[in-house]
Design a protein around this ligand. Sequence first.
Ligand code: ZN
Length: 58
Amino acid sequence: MKPCRACRHEVAEDAHACPNCGAPRPARQDADAVGFEYRSAARLGALPLLHVRCPRWA
Ligand SMILES: [Zn+2]
């Protein structure tokens, strides 16, 4: 058991949401880093679209 990142309520380490306050992944201290990785993947996903356009303009 670990304290919830948001409200310090004891939650399971693999809990997907805090049963007390509903925070996502409450046992993880790096939840913001997960969001950063998601945004990075979204940016990388946009690059192939640019590459697809290149042959049409060549
Ligand atoms: Zn909580």
